[in-house]
Design a protein around this ligand. Structure first.
Ligand code: SF4
Length: 275
């Protein structure tokens, strides 16, 4: 669709399409926007469907893909699927890094020579502060995963989700991230968004739809206007940022998002650093 390609090329529409592959997770972090946990419903997309979305996104003129959840690597086909996506468009996959056994790492080698990045979460330089938000030994596991991925040539990004991390603590985190072999531009620091479990725990910053980057986001249950849209609260999917339940063809939600964006005033996303 020419309109979408032009909107992406001119910066009117962000180029990345987010795909929520599943909602279950081996962890249950305190601020989790999707209320994920080992017992959360999976709400998954199939590998075939993920690839279809990626093909359509490319054809429409989008320029990048993001894979998130839940924990995407609970789906056994994930390493090879990310490789397939990266053959179409630059791809980043979010993960907690806890499932990278030697066998999975061997399969992750397919990403080494592709435009793919694995984004791990690390929230604080001190293990006890990080692990209190996420899970016991998470700090140690993330470091281990980052070093192992780096060693096999896979690009690693670190996402720090923190309410307040400044000064000396932030500097120590930056040093740790550099020590893991992660480039400065691959370290993202952003606030906790008060949705999902974070809202129940009164964590993070309250946001309105104008504060969230308008990125096309596809789940098993519909298309959303932001990657922060398909959150879960009290076990139910939020629908306030739902664009449409129709995700086939992808041109349908893409056109709806473009219409919204072109009539939308600028929000606070840049000021608050939400990304
Ligand atoms: S924040 Fe990420 S790692 Fe933590 S429970 Fe949610 S999906 Fe899992």
């Amino acid at each position: 669709m020419k309109d979408i390609a032009e909107a992406v090329a001119s910066g009117v529409l962000p180029g990345r399409v987010w795909i929520y592959t599943n909602y279950d997770c081996n962890l249950a972090c305190r601020y989790c926007l999707t209320q994920s946990s080992p017992t959360a419903p999976r709400r998954s997309l199939s590998r075939k469907r993920v690839l279809e979305i990626a093909h359509e996104a490319k054809d429409l003129g989008f320029t990048a893909l993001g894979v998130t959840g839940g924990e995407p690597f609970l789906l056994r086909w994930m390493p090879e699927a990310v490789a397939d996506l990266a053959d179409l468009l630059p791809t980043v996959v979010n993960t907690n890094g806890a499932l990278f056994t030697p066998r999975v790492l061997e399969r992750m080698e397919v990403l080494a020579d592709r435009d793919a990045a694995v984004q791990l979460s690390l929230d604080h330089p001190d293990p006890e502060r990080n692990d209190a938000l996420r899970a016991p030994d998470d700090h140690w596991r993330v470091q281990k995963a980052a070093r192992a991925l780096h060693a096999i040539g896979v690009r690693v990004r670190i996402a720090t989700t923190a309410d307040t991390l400044q000064g000396e603590a932030l500097e120590r985190l930056k040093s740790l991230v550099a020590d893991l072999g992660v480039a400065e531009e691959d370290h993202v620091v952003r606030p906790v968004v008060r949705r999902g479990r974070a809202a129940l725990e009164s964590l993070g910053v309250p946001v309105t739809e104008a504060d969230l980057p308008p990125e096309l986001t596809i789940t098993a249950t519909g298309a959303y206007r932001s990657a922060f849209g398909p959150t879960v609260r009290n076990g139910r999917m939020d629908t306030d940022l739902l664009l449409t339940r129709t995700t086939r063809p992808l041109a349908t939600p893409a056109a709806l998002l473009l219409r919204l964006v072109t009539g939308m005033p600028r929000g606070q996303d840049a000021r608050q650093g939400i990304r």
